[in-house]
Each structure stands twice: as C-alpha cells, then as structure tokens.
Design a protein around this ligand. Structure first.
Ligand SMILES: Nc1ncnc2c1ncn2[C@@H]1O[C@H](COP(=O)(O)OP(=O)(O)OP(=O)(O)O)[C@@H](O)[C@H]1O
Length: 552
C-alpha cells in the first residue's frame, strides 16, 4: 500500500483513515505526526507524518533540500520542531520536549551526516565522550579498560581501526564505520531505533555493502533502522519500506517491494520521469576508447590532452594514464588504492617522488594548486567541508571564489554583476537556496556540492578533476551534473573522475582505470564490459590485508 499527500497525483491515493498510521499500528516503533519546522520563515518540514515499523529498515528518500536531515534532527532533538508529535514505542513526546537527552532516553540513536567525531581525539576518546568513561574508585579514567572495550567493539564490526588511532587520520569510510559502531555501543536489544543520515555517502561499494549487510542482520534480530540515502541500489537491497519527501512534505510511502525506481523518482521530482540513456548508448564513442578497444585498433586516437608517465606519490607507484580532449576517464578502486592521490598529484597537492606529466603537450609540474589552476585545471575534492566550501560565506562568494578578478573594475567591485551571475548559476545547477546571500552552511549537503561544482565548471577548465562528484547529491541533480560533465567534455575538456560509485563510473565514463594498491591493474570500457565486470575488477582487487592509507 502506498499513501501520499494530495499534491502528488501520480501516487495511488491513501485509503481513508491511513493518515493516522503513526498512531494506529501497534508495531510502530517510531512515528511522527504533523511535524512542522521553519527556518527564518522558510519551511523545511510542512506537516510530516512518519511511521516506522519495529524491526524494519525504513528508507527516507528525497531530493536535495527536501527535508530529510531536518526531520532526523527534529527526531534527535537537535532542532526543535515548531509543531507536531513524536512517538517512540507508543509514547507520545511533544516536539517542544524533545531534546538530545530525551531522544537518547527514549532509545533513539543517531549517526548524523557530519558524523559528530572529533578529529583531534582518538577513537577511544570519541567513544568515551559519547557514552562515558569507565572510572576507578578514585574517579580516575580506566584508559586500558576503555581501549579494550572499544577494540572489541570495532573488531565485532570488522572495522580495521584501533582504539588508539586519532580520528583525524582515518579515511572517510573508516570514520563512518566508527560513528556507526559508537552509536550502537550500548545497544543490546531491539528497544532502540538507529537513525542514519546518509551513512554510505563516502563509502566505496564493498564497504557500503558490508555496512548494509550489518544493518540487515541487526534488523533481522529486531533492530529498528531509519536510513537516509540517495543510493537506490541500497534501498532495493536492504530497505523494507520507504517514505519519499518532496519540498518538506511526504510525497509517497510504501513497501519497497511495491515501488519501482521510476515511481520513486516521480514522487521525488513531482514530474513524470524523463527516460534517459543510462547505459550510455546515446553517447558518441570516444576515439580514445577505440584505441584501447580489443577490436578497434585501426582508428587513430587524438593527441592526449593530458599524459602522466610513471607517477609515484604514496601510495601510487608507476601510474601511466592519458586523457584525450573530450574524454571522461574514470578512476575506480578500493579505499586506499590511490584514486584521490592521482587527482591531488595532478593538482599540485601531493608531492611526486618520480614521474612526469604533460598538459596540452607542455610539461606540467605544478608547484601548488594555484599553479595548476593557472594551467586550466579545476579540482572538486571529496571532502567539501574541509577542502572546498567557505562555510560562513554566502553562496555568491562561494561560486565567485575562482573568478573573483572579473568583478573588479578600477578598484570597484561590481557586486550587481556578481549577484546576477550567481543567480544564473543557482538556476542552471538547480541549487535550492533562499538566494545568493544565504551562507552555504545553511544549505543541505547536496546543494553545497552543487555550489562547489558550479564554482569550477564556470571556469570552463581544460582538465576537470572530480573526486566523488555526486556524493550526497540526489538522483535528479546527479543527472544534471552528468549532463554538465558531458557538455564540458563535448567542448573539449578532459574529465577525470574518481568515484566509489560504480554505477556512476559505468554511466558517464568512456574508459575506467582500476587501481589496486597504487598501480593500474585494469583498463575497461564500461560500455563494452558492463557494470558488473567493472565491479568484479574492483572487488577482485580486494587485498587480504588492510588497505594503505592515502595521504591527507
Ligand atoms: N540551519 C538551517 N538554517 C536555515 N535553513 C536550513 C537549515 N537547515 C536546513 N535548512 C533548509 O531546510 C531545507 C531542508 O534541508 P535538509 O538539510 O533537511 O534537506 P535534505 O533533504 O536532508 O537534503 P540533502 O539530501 O541535500 O542532504 C533546505 O532548504 C535547507 O536549506
């Protein structure tokens, strides 16, 4: 059964009386009724109902800025909703009384998008801050006992991290796993509900699968789980039910088994789904592909736009690659395989031990990222909070950061032009914001990413480097981004995409290099080999021992 609000005619109408699902079903572990939340007059939640059955995995889906994280934060008491009721195991909690402590007492555990870990502290210290430090009779902290308990817990989740590791040295995927383990540290029974806001956004496929399997096992033992994700594959693989959000409202809900991807996308966007080639069959075959195609060897390939020979920069060892003008080259590999380091080396942000690079036939030896930018290279990093976004600054200054000189005329800043162009970019990239002056920190995660992409794409770079370009980006915007990348490539830009999302690489790349422990282990043309062969190439590379850490 799928229910919906009256603004979504494409979804079958809810049978009369199902509006009160939250209160009616006795097996509902977590519910919300009529939740409203506004920020300075802007409505983030406009009367949201939610009903999560005990012992199930319930997915929350919706476009960027549709209200998913706001709902999670209201349930967590991080934000106080303006109106509505939250119900946990039959107990109604008025939203005004919901605080983080009340949520915890009620049995709710959260892993938020920002994970809430302190980089400067060790893993054990982060656990201690969350659930308390064991103390001896003299109130001294029993560090050894804490470390032992945390090590056992990490091992029980198969997390290859030690209690004494500083969190700042962990990869994003390791941090996510640590945050999940920490949230579950005191959960022994099914009375608790675990709510995760995009836990797999920064995880490679093998690790997200592991996490999903762990969540499924917990749900099978009675754990109630709420999962925010943009990855449809995860929803179809592990979720029982889904609630779909659009513009702060519930656009539809129902069992996953009864909802097709097309229906869900229609609910999210409010418009019938535009059929688009996902297999890439409409894509012109790039000459660079034919060059490496087993039976297409006779076609001349264009001179490479970019060439790297024998690159070595830990963990890379002797990497060769070329990017032709207009080519989209993918970099696949497990965490620690060196994907990100390739991009950072090209961008002048990782020192080379050996090797040489050429851009447009000229030796490329960037002494710094600024040097690389001057050569026409753009780089969208994986960690937008740390490396890309100026969180306190407005959207306008964030998108202008790479072209600021164009607004200065005889010592006067042309703010009007800057605002107009920012507004155009907001529309072009479908950024959901209150306007050009809204601080980027107030945007949803996916919208922050769109702003950062807009900043770089507007420079029309010769070589565009992207690390996890659609992490946290919704399915509609993802299509917009792919279109932008293809259109940049059509104008001759070379694009190099490192991604843990194999569907993404299969969809947009002309060629994909698979990296294993810093070396190129395979080269594939996804259009010919298909996504599963690509996945097999990446997975077969799984080392028996922990992957080496890439540099910061
Ligand atoms: N602290 C805040 N101040 C002002 N507006 C906010 C704040 N937090 C969220 N919003 C706004 O509320 C709306 C819903 O945002 P929310 O983060 O809940 O979306 P989301 O569905 O989680 O998006 P995403 O998938 O991109 O993470 C957005 O328009 C966002 O800009």
């Amino acid at each position: 059964m799928a229910a919906h609000d009256e603004n979504c005619p494409s979804v079958p109408a809810a049978p009369a009386g199902t509006e009160g699902v939250v209160d009616q079903a006795s097996s509902v572990a977590l519910g919300a009724h009529g939740l409203v939340k506004t920020f300075a007059g802007a409505t983030a939640l406009a009367g949201v109902d939610l009903a999560v059955q005990a012992g199930t995995i319930h997915a929350l889906l919706g476009g960027n800025g549709s209200g998913k994280s706001t709902l999670i934060k209201c349930l967590a008491g991080v934000y106080q909703a303006d109106a509505g009721t939250i119900t946990v195991h039959g107990e109604d909690i008025p939203v005004r009384q919901m605080t983080p402590r009340r949520a915890r007492e009620a049995g709710l555990r959260f892993v938020h998008q920002d994970l809430g870990l302190f980089d400067g502290l060790t893993v054990a210290e982060n656990f201690g801050l969350d659930s308390g430090f064991p103390v001896n009779k003299l109130r001294g902290i029993r560090w050894e006992a804490l470390r032992r308990r945390v090590d056992e817990l990490l091992a029980s989740y198969g997390i290859e991290v030690r209690a004494t590791d500083p969190v700042g040295t962990l990869r994003p995927s390791q941090k996510t796993m640590v945050a999940v383990a920490r949230a579950l540290a005191d959960q022994q029974d099914s009375e608790f509900a675990l709510l995760l806001d995009e836990p797999t956004a920064s995880l490679p496929e093998d690790e997200s699968r592991e996490l999903m399997a762990a969540l499924r096992a917990r749900a099978n033992r009675g754990q109630t789980i709420v999962l925010v994700t943009h990855r449809f594959r995860e929803i179809s693989e592990v979720a029982d039910d889904v609630t779909v959000f659009r513009d702060g409202r519930v656009a539809g809900r129902g069992p996953v088994a009864e909802m097709s991807t097309a229906t869900i996308v229609e609910m999210m966007s409010g418009a019938p789904r535009m059929e688009e080639s996902s297999s890439g069959t409409n894509r012109p075959v790039h000459p660079a592909q034919r060059n490496s195609h087993p039976d297409g060897s006779s076609v001349d390939s264009p001179a490479p736009l970019f060439e790297a020979t024998n690159l070595s920069s830990f963990p890379l060892s002797g990497v060769n690659l070329t990017v032709a003008p207009g080519e989209i080259l993918g970099l696949a590999g497990l965490a620690g395989s060196g994907r990100s380091t390739v991009l950072r080396a090209i961008f002048g942000d990782a020192p080379l031990n050996s090797g040489s690079m050429n851009l447009n036939g000229v030796s490329h030896q960037p002494s710094s990222p600024a040097d690389a930018v001057r050569s026409g290279i753009a780089y969208v990093p994986e960690n937008r909070h740390r490396d890309a976004a100026f969180l306190d600054l407005p959207v306008r200054e964030n998108v202008s950061a790479t072209v600021i000189a164009r607004y200065w005329r005889r010592f006067v800043m042309n703010r009007r032009l800057e605002r107009e162009e920012t507004q155009d970019l907001i529309l072009k990239h479908s950024v959901r914001t209150d306007g050009t002056e809204q601080p980027i920190s107030r945007l949803s995660g996916g919208n922050q990413q769109k702003v950062i992409l807009a900043r770089w794409l507007r420079r029309n770079p010769r070589l565009l480097l992207l690390d996890e370009p659609t992490q946290g980006v919704d399915v509609m915007s993802r299509r917009d981004i792919y279109r932008s990348l293809r259109s940049s490539a059509a104008q001759g830009c070379g694009v190099l995409v490192a991604s843990s999302d194999l569907d993404e690489l299969a969809e947009i790349c002309d060629r994909v290099l698979v990296l294993v422990e810093g070396r190129v282990a395979a080269e594939l043309i996804p259009e010919d080999s298909g996504r599963d062969v690509l996945a097999a190439a990446v997975m077969s590379a799984a080392p028996d021992h922990p992957a080496p850490q890439e540099g910061p």
